[in-house]
Write a protein that binds this ligand. Structure first.
Ligand code: 1PR
Length: 528
């Protein structure tokens, strides 16, 4: 029996699904004595450190946890669940006591690379721990964090990982284990690690080793645009420049859960669902999307993002819901990140107009509770051609190698809302920067001109936005062949590339993309 410490933030459903898939039984902690009674304790944590420690105090869990750990009973902390073992964090200004069973602090990355550190990275193994039994030394694990531990006692270090510098990515002392990465999101290697924790009788490591792992991968993301067709069935659709109808009907490319499963098996590093008519409907009424997440997360152990309709809303009965309520439902149903489209544009417009953060926008509220890494901004820009930068002085204008219909040599990228239906007086660079300031952790950069064209990513757009931000970016729209993925990684600093049409239509399988990138010496996570 595994006892699960769920303090109410983030996606614990995936951890539960992974344990159940392994045949493990789970009991959730409901009261402090459940911790003392546990035989093996699993503590997954996501989001904000200060918030987590505050909740542990409110629920009176700190003392029983400290006692449990002092007795060296089996414990597995994931992400914040590992950070909590230390004496405090730079993310915590409350002065509340942490668990403090390991000496050292949790510090923010101060590096030249994008923060949060998001993606599949390797580990350098320092001890021969049984939790790593049967795991390929080249295996990669999914990380998503802005802070990392700095232990004072080097003997607790189980693995390190390179991200601009070497940081400690997991620890072990006796039966107490913690990983910064998410095993429940790390495909079969992560599942194996959890299996070892559940079933190995003796978890203790005996001697030192020094086994080097691989580096951070560029991510390949499969995107599923989802909506109801005219018969009311939920389908994966795909547009050409956002027009999803063909001869009047909504294109139907398959069922969301089935396609997501297929992409997981084919090696997708992440899967994104976009409820493309979410701006019309109220998503909490749109239970099928919650159902899609619940079903998908049962068998798909890579990160899942959901977008569409994440905003404050008042229903026809006058009941109000916040964007945070909507996001929370999605996280509880199996999402790891939420993606905000239209609402982000309105929020950025207000922020740029007033120069003030309201503290109440969906971006700020959701990132405060679930962490910056959980908030993705999906941008839907369109090119606007101009003859000279003076024609669009308010906007970020670039010189383009692809002149406009009247031979215009410049362009800027205009933001849209409601799935490209309405244009706004805001450019994509300004939007990305404003959202980063407000707490977003990642940008999903689409391009309406390129969507569905198979003509390659808009590298000029990607460079313009990426050079203006310090958070990671997923480049999207236009992929038509393997070469386009190599190009986006070689000619821009995008951390991930997303495609939809070529995967749905089986024109280019994910395996082929990864095989091609490997030949070009671009670091990828091998298909398992
Ligand atoms: O505004 O917060 O409700 O979110 C709505 C979300 O739905 C946004 O993320 C928006 O991008 C998305 N969306 C709305 N309408 C459409 C549409 O296609 N009619 N799809 C739409 C966006 C674009 C990409 C696509 C890539 C790759 N889809 O995600 O998957 O362009 O396609 P390709 O590889 O085939 O070129 P809100």
């Amino acid at each position: 029996m595994i006892t699960l410490l769920d303090y109410g933030a983030g996606n614990v459903r995936s951890v539960v699904n992974a344990i159940e898939k392994l045949g493990g039984k789970i009991k959730t902690v409901k009261k402090p004595s459940d911790i003392s009674d546990a035989r093996k304790l699993l503590f997954p944590g996501v989001g904000n450190y200060e918030n987590m420690i505050r909740i542990l105090h409110e629920k009176n869990y700190i003392y029983p946890l400290q006692e449990y750990l002092k007795e060296d009973r089996p414990f597995f902390g994931i992400c914040l669940g590992m950070q909590a073992l230390f004496e405090g964090s730079e993310e915590d200004f409350s002065g509340n006591e942490s668990l403090g069973v390991f000496k050292g602090l949790v510090k923010r990355f101060k590096i030249r690379f994008a923060v949060p550190h998001i993606g599949w990275n390797g580990v350098n193994l320092k001890k021969d721990s049984p939790v790593f039994n049967g795991i390929d030394p080249d295996a990669k694990f999914y990380f998503v964090h802005s802070y990392h531990i700095v232990p004072e006692d080097e003997s607790v270090v189980l693995t390190t990982t390179h991200y601009d510098y070497e940081f400690v990515s997991s620890v072990q002392k006796g039966n107490i284990i913690g990983t910064q990465f998410h095993p429940e999101k790390s495909g079969s290697s992560g599942i194996k690690l959890l299996e070892n924790f559940i079933y190995q009788k003796d978890l203790k490591s005996r001697h030192k080793v020094d086994i080097k792992g691989k580096g951070l991968s560029k991510r390949i993301v499969a995107c599923l645009d989802v909506r109801a067709n005219d018969n009311g069935d939920l389908v994966v659709t795909k547009g050409d420049q956002y027009d999803v109808r063909e001869k009047g009907d909504v294109r139907n490319l398959g069922k969301p859960v089935d396609l997501a499963r297929r992409y997981y098996k084919e090696g997708a590093d992440e899967i994104t669902f976009l409820n493309i008519t979410g701006f019309r409907d109220f998503p909490l009424k749109d239970l099928p999307m919650l159902d899609v997440l619940e079903k998908t997360s049962k068998n798909v152990f890579v990160p899942l993002t959901i977008g569409g309709g994440i905003r404050d809303y008042t229903d026809s009965n006058g009941k109000s819901y916040t964007a945070l309520d909507v996001a929370s439902q999605y996280f509880r149903s199996g999402a790891d990140k939420i993606s905000i489209g239209s609402d982000a544009v309105y929020i950025a417009e207000e922020y740029l107009k007033t120069g003030k953060k309201s503290g109440k926008s969906s971006i700020e509220e959701i990132s405060r509770v679930y962490g910056n890494q959980a908030v993705v901004i999906s941008i839907d820009p369109k090119r606007v051609y101009v003859h000279s930068p003076d024609e669009a002085k308010k906007h970020h204008v670039i010189k383009t190698d692809f002149p406009g219909p009247d031979n215009e040599a410049y362009c800027w990228y205009q933001c849209t809302v409601q799935g490209g239906r309405t244009t706004r007086d805001l450019d994509a660079v300004a939007l990305a920067r404003a959202c980063q300031d407000l707490g977003a952790g990642e940008i999903l950069l689409n391009c309406i001109d390129k969507d569905g064209t198979n003509s390659g990513f808009d590298l000029e757009l990607i460079n313009a936005v990426k050079n203006a931000i310090s958070i990671p970016m997923i480049a999207s729209s236009g992929a038509g062949c393997e070469e386009h993925f190599a190009e986006v990684f070689e000619k821009t600093k995008a951390e991930a590339a997303l495609a939809a049409g070529i995967f749905h239509r089986k024109e280019v399988p994910i395996q082929a993309v990864k095989a091609y990138l490997a030949i070009r010496n671009i670091e990828i996570r091998a298909v398992e």
